[in-house]
Design a protein around this ligand. Structure first.
Ligand SMILES: [Cu+2]
Length: 371
């Protein structure tokens, strides 16, 4: 899901990237090949990282870029630094924003957000970054967890058919975004090229029952939301910051029962949410309807003490937030951007389904009747 600009990939027109039948077939074939190779890439060496998403394809077209929110490497138990191999591959694929609405996504490893990378403070990341020759544009990675020029952007800048290697040490703890940072980086991020690296503090993190990984970005297309067919990237709409879609995990209403399924938890449990906003332009007013952020680390800065009982918190582009939820009541908890037009009209919704017994001492609907 990524590549080099042949036909104005950098986007010079409003409607950009008219994809002819041959190109379309090329994308879909590539996507299918990637999907067949997908599955979970085994952890290597020090035990973390990378994977491609679980494939979900139908009718010969890769239909899903939405990252599985549960696809997170397990908490780190070792107490010594390690060298952690990470493989990221830029992939450009045609996929659905919502049913019937096709879009050329740019991704890391075929998923939005990109793979959840998990290391420990003091670890060294040994990155291999690939830009397959089937791509059409240059790509790279800027890690906010890296101290060095561009976060690695120049070191990993590759044309289609090239591979780059980068090593850096994660010297400070927290959750950090990584993203594409080539010349037209706004377009690439909007198209899906962002993800999260978690640098666990040396003491580790508190135990929770679930960990969930979500990412928000806005997509600018040349057609109205919901209009079936191929949507092309709209540079002008991006410059005006008027998105067609604002999505969680690359899909409109993707993580809901109506589409790929809601996230599932048990009542009485706790969950830690890793939420990254790629943007490229819009902040998220992050809110859990019918719940509250029990603990919240602004900017993912986990070296600090968390805030408590936060209702809605701003998450700027280029930053994660880490927060916990408790589930004392059976309910569907809707995770939204409380700029609610983005929910009602632009697809920004994900649901956590808390299954279990009711808790009438905490919450009890008492019925309705005509006046
Ligand atoms: Cu890119």
């Amino acid at each position: 899901m990524v590549a080099k600009a042949t036909s104005g990939g950098a986007g010079t027109q409003e409607g950009v990237h008219a994809i002819g039948r041959r190109r379309f077939l090329q994308y879909t074939t590539t996507a299918m090949g990637a999907a067949s190779l997908a599955g979970l890439t085994p952890t290597a060496g020090a035990g973390t990282i990378i994977g491609a998403r679980r494939s979900a394809q139908t009718s010969g077209i890769l239909k899903r870029v939405a990252a599985d929110p549960t696809h997170i490497p397990p908490p780190i138990t070792r107490r010594r630094p390690a060298v952690v191999p990470v493989v990221l591959e830029a992939r450009e694929i045609i996929a659905e924003i919502e049913p019937g609405v096709l879009f050329r996504f740019m991704t890391y490893n075929g998923q939005v957000p990109g793979p959840f990378i998990r290391v420990r403070e003091g670890d060294t990341i040994d990155l291999t970054f690939r830009n397959p020759k089937t791509n059409t544009e240059a790509h790279n990675v800027d890690f906010h967890a890296a101290m060095g020029p561009g976060g690695g952007a120049l070191a990993t800048w590759t044309e289609p058919g090239e591979e780059a290697r980068l090593r850096f040490r994660a010297t400070y703890p927290g959750a950090f975004i990584y993203h594409c940072a080539v010349s037209n980086m706004d377009m690439h991020i909007s198209s899906g090229m962002f993800g999260m690296i978690l640098v666990e503090p040396k003491a580790g993190l508190p135990r929770v029952d679930y960990e969930l990984y979500l990412g928000q970005n806005e997509i600018y297309t040349d057609k109205p939301a919901g209009l079936p067919g191929q949507h092309h990237f709209a540079i002008g709409a991006m410059v005006r910051e008027q998105p067609t879609y604002v999505v969680i995990n690359g899909a409109a209403h993707g993580l809901t029962a109506q589409r790929y399924g809601a996230m599932q938890v048990r009542t009485g449990s706790t969950a830690r949410i890793y939420f990254v906003v790629g943007g490229p332009n819009l902040s998220c007013s992050f809110h859990a309807i019918g719940n509250v952020w029990r603990e919240l680390w602004p900017e993912g800065a986990m070296a600090n003490k968390p805030l408590h009982f936060v209702q809605t918190y701003p998450v700027p582009p280029g930053s994660p937030t880490v927060a916990t939820l408790h589930f004392p009541v059976a309910a569907d908890i809707k995770l939204v951007d409380h700029a609610l037009t983005r929910v009602v009209h632009q697809g920004c919704l994900a649901v956590i389904h808390a299954e279990g017994r009711g808790n009438p001492e905490l919450f009890q609907a008492r019925g309705k009747r005509p006046l």
